[in-house]
Design a protein around this ligand. Structure first.
Ligand SMILES: [Zn+2]
Ligand SMILES: [Zn+2]
Length: 352
């Protein structure tokens, strides 16, 4: 086991129970198990899911208190367990939502580790990246290339991975059209860029002229504002000459999904990423069958997807505006997330 000069305690943003006040406290630095990495976190993105987990709004297990959230951490490996062979101390590594899997079940064997029934999750079943030192199984940690910006790569570890995999799940090929609902937000902005980088043509849906300017600047070919168009479905069908080949649903309301079902091209695929609370899906089965429409969920991504998503970023194809905050500012960040006034992504600086 190799180690640097690691302190015994560290600063972490602690939550004592679901929805309780979040306070920065001194907590022990965890010890890596035989197949784990201890990563000195430099930056951590703040994901919507962190807020929902903290508020108990999603059916996800809350870490046992004192709980630490956060699952978009970029940093440097400072200690490795005795069985680790794919990382050494000093390597840059990511700490993402899927923190460990069994690697032996049928899902894991097929490369769908994110669907493994025995996953460990960062800021879910174990403490996350809103602390200075975090653990991850070496098998689940992505390498972060030396040339990339450590602050900007943090959101790629969840937001980037999620939209990249969702785009793959649409089966839209280069030259075909993908529609993205909620395209002007943090996830949507990344989705537009990944789609472009994958050779897809993009139809962005969002509200307001500012979002239109933003989406088009990122590479959207078409923009539709559902609050302006009298008939959204007709408009999309006309612009795309028969409907987009796939849809990635990122908006948190259900209406855009109903529209998508009507405008998606026959034999097209709708991929749902967003998790509106208590939402259900009712579809017209007759159209579903006769138009051979696929509706599916997409949940983060595999280890291979993670490496690919980081590679697109490292090649300079993905950029996301970030705002940098301190650890104690996370409650303020949640306020802003709640109000929906964040354009890109908030990243917490833990490097000092
Ligand atoms: Zn996330
Ligand atoms: Zn498994």
């Amino acid at each position: 086991m190799t180690e640097l000069n690691i302190p015994k305690t560290q600063r972490g943003l602690i939550c004592d129970e679901v929805g309780s006040a979040l306070k920065v406290r001194e907590i022990p630095v965890p010890e890596p198990g035989p197949d784990e990495l201890l990563v000195k976190i430099h930056f951590s993105g703040v994901c919507h899911s962190d807020m929902h987990i903290w508020l108990g709004e999603v059916p996800i297990k809350f870490p046992s208190p004192p709980a630490v959230g956060g699952h978009e951490g970029s940093g440097v490996v400072v200690k490795i367990g005795e069985n680790v062979t794919n990382f050494k101390v000093g390597d840059r590594a990511g700490v993402k939502w899927i923190n460990g899997t069994c690697l032996n079940c049928d899902k894991c064997k097929l490369g769908f580790e994110e669907s493994c029934a025995s996953t460990l999750t960062t800021g879910g079943t174990r403490n996350g990246t809103f602390q200075e030192y975090a653990l991850i199984k070496a098998s689940e940690a992505p390498h972060i290339p030396d040339n990339v910006d450590m602050a900007k790569v943090a959101p790629v570890l969840c937001a980037g991975l999620t939209v990249y995999r969702a785009l793959k799940d649409t089966n839209v090929r280069a030259g075909q059209i993908v529609a993205i609902t909620g395209a002007g937000g943090g996830l949507g902005s990344m989705a537009i860029q990944y789609a472009k980088a994958m050779g897809m043509r993009v139809l962005a849906l969002d509200i307001g002229p500012e979002k239109e300017k933003h989406c088009k600047k990122l590479g959207a070919e078409f923009f539709v504002d559902p609050t302006v168009e009298a008939n959204v479905v007709e408009k999309v069908l006309t612009l795309t000459k028969g409907g987009p080949h796939g849809v990635v649903h990122i908006a948190t309301s259900e209406k855009p999904l109903e529209d998508a079902f009507k405008y998606v091209r026959t034999r097209g695929t709708i991929v749902i990423v967003s998790l509106p609370k208590d939402a259900t899906l009712v579809t017209d089965i007759f159209s579903l069958v006769l138009r051979v429409i696929t509706i599916k969920g997409s949940y983060v991504g595999s280890r291979a997807d993670m490496d690919e998503a980081i590679d697109f970023f490292a090649r300079g194809l993905i950029d996301i505006p970030i705002e940098i905050y301190a650890l104690e500012d996370i409650p303020k960040v949640y306020d802003r997330l709640h109000k929906g006034d964040i354009r890109g992504r908030i990243v917490i600086d833990l490097s000092k």
